[in-house]
Design a binder for this molecule. Structure first.
Ligand code: CDP
Length: 205
């Protein structure tokens, strides 16, 4: 059940469940999925190796997106810092636009997809959850990957990153006026995925 050039924009704060929901939605409808956070994380990782953020963004390759350690807290922090620079965001624009316009439908998740990258998206979702729930989920992910961290550290990291992401001058994180809000604080994965599928199915029909 796909439509040509059908675009879904999915935004929200750190660890709200966007990735899990978008992967499931993409599989359900046959859409291509782009985790745009990975672009910024790859840029952030390159800055940790000594490159300037702008150079890192302008020289980004597909291989950079498969580098080790992109899910770490240090890379997330570096990504958020680099993401506040207009030149970094501009360097990543064309790739995201091309991805969104591909035949067969696409879902992109990030912070500014519904507001800046794809303001004309067919469906906009804003996935959120309480800071404590998001920090607990991220803690479990990081521990599973072998990180040495604790709840208080992860909560502080996630909260500081959300503050920077939502207060920056360029493309701040916010829900588009026409976004469907899905609060996953009290939803299981299946329920959250179903809420997203329902929002999209209504527009595809
Ligand atoms: O996985 P998580 O939700 O923690 O973060 P992510 O989606 O991988 O994004 C990492 C960082 O990249 C965010 O904190 C933002 O600063 C930045 N980002 C952005 O500015 N715009 C996007 N469209 C996606 C990510």
């Amino acid at each position: 059940m796909t439509a040509p050039r059908f675009t879904v924009a999915c935004d929200g704060p750190a660890a709200a469940g966007k990735g899990t929901i978008c992967r499931a939605v993409a599989a359900h409808f046959g859409f291509a999925h782009l985790d745009t956070g990975l672009l910024y994380r790859a840029v952030g990782a390159k800055t940790l190796s000594g490159m300037t953020p702008i150079e890192a963004a302008e020289t980004l390759t597909a291989q950079d997106l498969t580098a080790d350690g992109l899910r770490s807290a240090a890379v997330a922090e570096a990504a958020s810092r680099a993401a506040s620079l207009p030149q970094v965001r501009a360097a990543l624009l064309a790739f995201q636009h091309e991805f969104a316009a591909q035949p067969g439908g696409a879902i992109l998740d990030g912070r500014d997809i519904g507001t800046v990258i794809c303001p004309g998206a067919d469906v906009k979702l804003f996935i959120t959850a309480s800071a404590k729930v998001r920090a607990e989920r991220r803690l479990q992910e990081l521990l599973a990957e072998g990180a040495d961290t604790d709840f208080a550290t992860v909560l502080a990291d996630v909260t500081a990153r959300d503050k920077r992401d939502s207060e920056r001058a360029v493309a701040p994180m916010r829900a588009a006026a026409d976004a469907v809000l899905i609060d996953t604080s009290c939803l299981g994965i299946d329920q959250a995925v179903q809420a997203a599928i329902d929002a999209i199915a209504g527009k595809l029909a």
